[in-house]
Design a protein around this ligand. Structure first.
Ligand code: ATP
Ligand code: MG
Length: 137
C-alpha cells in the first residue's frame, strides 16, 4: 500500500479498532517513515486515553483503554538486544495486553513473537509511505 499521512492514520485507526487482545504488533522502517504516527493512530482506534511513560523504562509507554492494557515499546535506543530483557515483555504477555513494538529486530530474541509485522518505507512521492504487512515472524 502507498498511503498519504491521512490514509496511514485511517489505516492505523481501523487496525486498532479491529485488534483483539492479546496481540503483538511490530513496526519497522527507517527513521521518519511514520512508525510513531501509526502507533498513535492504532492507539486512537483502540480507544486509548492517557499515555504514561514507565518511570523505570523510558522506552515503555502504557495506555489506558478502560479494558485491555496497551503498551508501546520503542526499541530504537537499545544498544544491545540484551537490554530488552528487562523491558517487561513477560509481564505484558501475562496481562494479555496489546503490545506495539517499534524496531522489534533490535530486541533480538527478547521480543515476543509478533502476530503482525508492519514495514514502512519511503515512496518516490515524499508525502506517501509504503506499508507492507506480514503475518508474523
Ligand atoms: N504518508 C505519510 N505517512 C506518515 N507520515 C508522513 C507521511 N507523509 C509525511 N509524513 C511525515 O513523516 C513524519 C513521520 O514521523 P514519525 O515520527 O511518525 O516517524 P517514525 O518512523 O516514528 O520516525 P523515528 O524512527 O524517527 O521515530 C511526520 O513528520 C509526518 O508528518
Ligand atoms: Mg518513532
Amino acid at each position: 500500500m502507498r498511503l498519504s499521512a491521512s490514509e496511514l492514520s485511517r489505516f492505523g485507526e481501523d487496525l486498532g479498532a479491529q485488534l483483539r487482545a492479546p496481540a503483538v504488533i511490530g513496526l519497522s522502517g527507517e527513521l521518519g517513515t511514520g512508525k510513531t504516527t501509526l502507533v498513535q493512530a492504532i492507539c486512537r482506534g483502540l480507544g486509548a486515553k492517557a499515555r504514561a511513560t514507565s518511570p523505570t523504562y523510558a522506552l515503555v509507554h502504557h495506555y489506558d483503554t478502560g479494558s485491555v492494557p496497551v503498551y508501546h515499546v520503542d526499541c530504537y535506543r537499545l544498544r544491545h538486544p540484551n537490554e530488552a530483557r528487562d523491558l517487561g515483555f513477560d509481564d505484558m504477555l501475562r496481562e494479555r495486553a496489546i503490545i506495539l513494538i517499534e524496531w522489534p529486530e533490535r530486541a533480538g530474541p527478547w521480543a515476543p513473537p509478533l502476530d503482525r509485522h508492519l514495514h514502512l518505507s519511503y515512496d518516490d512521492d515524499p508525502e506517501r509511505r509504503v506499508v507492507e504487512a506480514t503475518a508474523g515472524v
